[in-house]
Design a protein around this ligand. Structure first.
Ligand code: CAA
Ligand code: NAP
Length: 248
């Protein structure tokens, strides 16, 4: 199998880092971890990857909420590394509050970062994947996009939307060797979940049938599979990985 280039947005976050490790370990892939422009821990993160032996992991700055910024990032990757074969749309944020208290800026920040981002990044890559006849796109959706969550009208809407995007795009590119899928994790041990108020988090964990949070590596394993050749017949799917929290 030829060497492939993977772009992981939010690649230096909790799940993103685990995904970068998995993809970089597989078949000599070259992995590009996206981060926000000016991210202060970028060099530290890269040095940690090098220390783990990953000399095939690179960084690319770009704001996924901004279409032009994503275009510049993708053009930079293409000219310095090569065309992108695998895209993991992983960048995301939360701005939780009940709708009655939610500000327009908290609504828009989440929609722009978690949903419009899929368009902003994918649009710059999809023609190349189709022309080359191979591509893998995986979106990070969420159990809370499937079932809704108190305090997350913005996030639940974005995460449900991101899978709608996947299903529509999957149909458009199915004959071109490009698959488009989503994964919907439950609550995963990352900074995003650590930021939940401790009493609220305790109640959430108590409600998880498996009795624990997911590990980022468990999500990364599924994503690595979906980006492999073996998964070539899976497209338009939304795969739940939630410890039994929601069985669709
Ligand atoms: N269902 C029903 N009622 C609920 C509820 C729930 N799930 N959660 C809270 N309430 C009720 C409370 O009992 C309380 O009722 P009373 O006024 O009668 O006492 C009322 O709603 C207000 O609750 P809070 O005191 O919690 O309100 P708050 O404004 O301080 O906080 C909140 C609101 C920020 C949304 C907080 O409840 C919260 O953080 N909830 C968790 C949201 C969540 O799950 N976020 C996930 C982030 S990580 C992630 O999103 C990753 C992923 O994909 C899984
Ligand atoms: P995380 O550790 O907070 O990682 C998210 C990453 O996205 C961070 O590195 C963040 O950078 C980056 N990011 C935010 N806004 C960005 C932007 N505009 N442009 C580029 N990068 C941006 O969270 P995580 O838990 O790994 O989440 C990864 C994805 O999985 C998210 O889409 C999340 O919604 C989804 N998910 C998470 C869980 C969970 O329980 N953790 C469950 C289901 C789905 P900064 O740190 O610099 O802001």
């Amino acid at each position: 199998m030829s060497k492939r280039v993977a772009l992981v947005t939010g690649g230096m976050g909790g799940i993103g880092t685990a995904v970068c490790r998995r993809l970089a370990s597989a078949n000599g892939n070259v992995v590009v971890a996206n981060c926000l422009p000016g991210y202060e821990k970028r060099d530290e993160w890269l040095a940690a990857m090098r220390a783990e032996g990953f000399d095939n992991v690179f960084a690319a700055e770009g704001d996924v909420a901004d279409f032009e910024s994503c275009g510049a990032m993708v053009r930079g990757i293409e000219s310095q590394i090569g065309p992108v074969d695998i895209l993991v749309n992983g960048a995301g944020i939360v701005r939780d509050s009940m709708l009655r208290k939610m500000s327009p800026s908290d609504w828009l920040a989440v929609i722009n970062t978690n949903l419009n981002s899929a368009f902003n990044v994918t649009k710059h890559l999809i023609d190349g994947m189709c022309e080359r006849g191979w591509g893998r796109i995986v979106n990070l959706s969420s159990v809370n996009g499937q079932r809704g969550q108190f305090g997350q009208t913005n996030y639940s809407a974005a995460k449900a939307g991101i899978h709608g995007f996947a299903k529509a795009l999957a149909q458009e590119v199915v004959k071109k060797g490009v698959t488009v899928n989503s994964v919907s994790p439950g609550y995963v041990e990352t900074d995003m979940v650590r930021s939940i108020r401790p009493d609220v988090l305790e109640r959430i964990v108590a409600g998880i049938p498996m009795g624990r949070l997911a590990k980022p590596e468990e999500i990364a394993g599924l994503i690595a599979y979906l980006t492999s050749d073996e998964a070539g017949y899976i497209t338009g799917a939304n795969i739940a990985i939630n410890g039994g929290m929601y069985m669709a």
